[in-house]
Ligand binder design. Structure first.
Ligand code: ADP
Ligand code: MG
Length: 273
């Protein structure tokens, strides 16, 4: 259950389940390793949340194989705000989907908090994704037949949590994002910027170790996009969340801690901003 005084998104008891063999995620810090063998935990984990090692992705097409990602290596530290930029078609979304375990690489490994995620079963990957990763997409991906509040609660419901404390936490996240008054409305009655705020609240619901955003400002006008980016910056600095964001906007990229430039499926350079 959520703590009754979950009035901060990083509340120490934000998500805890009583059974010690299930999940305890506190402050995005912990994952239950009890089902994980020694072999898929990397020893020298230091403070990197994410490590991509020799990632490649090949699509087999009738016209022949297409290598979309070629030997990608990088890491993301806890609390870091990383941007990924590059031309359209360079492989950014493919890479983000692999980092978030929505898609499998053809070769290479992704370590999430030291765990080799693709060595786990599909069921465990899905569980880990639900509990450790928050996704934000360009087109919001909200469920339009239900309310804003229900949309934010969904990740908790999937994690098997329910009840008043879940609702309280969802409302609190909506408040932090400035849209508490929209809770009972349907997403489509909100503006684009407001819908993206709902998606951000949903991404934060399970107190994830990492937030992945694929062009979160791509459907928004400049000013609204800027506002949404400010919220992500606030979440990064005030709540020390780890964020990886794909963007087309070089001005926004420059305001993140580190920018990874992708071209033709390879990392061209990494710049500390
Ligand atoms: P970006 O997000 O940088 O615009 P993507 O990762 O979406 O790029 O796509 C990279 C390349 O992979 C593109 O050439 C795209 O056409 C190709 N691609 C993406 N998904 C698939 C797929 N499911 N099957 C075949 N090719 C794909
Ligand atoms: Mg893309």
């Amino acid at each position: 259950m959520y703590s009754s005084k979950a009035n901060e998104m990083n509340d120490q008891n934000a998500i805890t389940k009583s059974d010690k063999h299930t999940v305890s995620i506190q402050n995005g810090q912990e994952y239950d390793y009890s089902n994980t063998t020694r072999d898929n935990i990397e020893e020298s984990n230091n403070n990197s949340i994410l490590k991509a090692v020799n990632i490649s992705k090949v699509y087999e097409l009738p016209a022949g194989d297409t290598a979309v990602l070629k030997n990608i290596n990088f890491s993301v530290k806890k609390g870091e705000f990383v941007s990924i930029v590059g031309p359209s078609g360079s492989g950014k979304s493919t890479l983000l989907n692999i980092i978030g375990a929505l898609d499998r690489p053809t070769a290479g490994k992704i370590y999430l908090k030291g765990i080799d995620i693709f060595s786990l079963s599909d069921r465990k990957i899905a569980k880990m994704r639900n509990q450790m990763i928050g996704f934000i997409f360009q087109s919001y991906n909200l469920i339009n037949r239900t309310t804003v509040l229900s949309n934010v609660e969904i990740p908790a419901i999937i994690a098997g949590m329910d009840g008043k404390a879940v609702t309280q936490r969802a409302l609190n996240l909506l408040k932090i994002l400035g849209i508490r008054d929209k809770a009972s409305l349907k997403p489509l009655s909100l503006s684009g910027g407001q819908q993206q705020r709902v998606a951000i609240a949903r991404a934060l619901m399970n107190n994830p170790a990492m937030i992945l955003a694929d062009e979160p400002t791509g459907n928004l006008d400049t000013k609204t996009g800027e506002d949404v980016f400010r919220l992500l910056k606030m979440i990064s600095s005030k709540y020390n969340r780890t964020i990886v964001m794909v963007t087309h906007n070089p001005d926004l990229a420059q305001e993140t801690d580190k920018t990874i430039y992708v071209r033709d499926g390879k990392i061209e350079k990494e710049i500390i901003n």
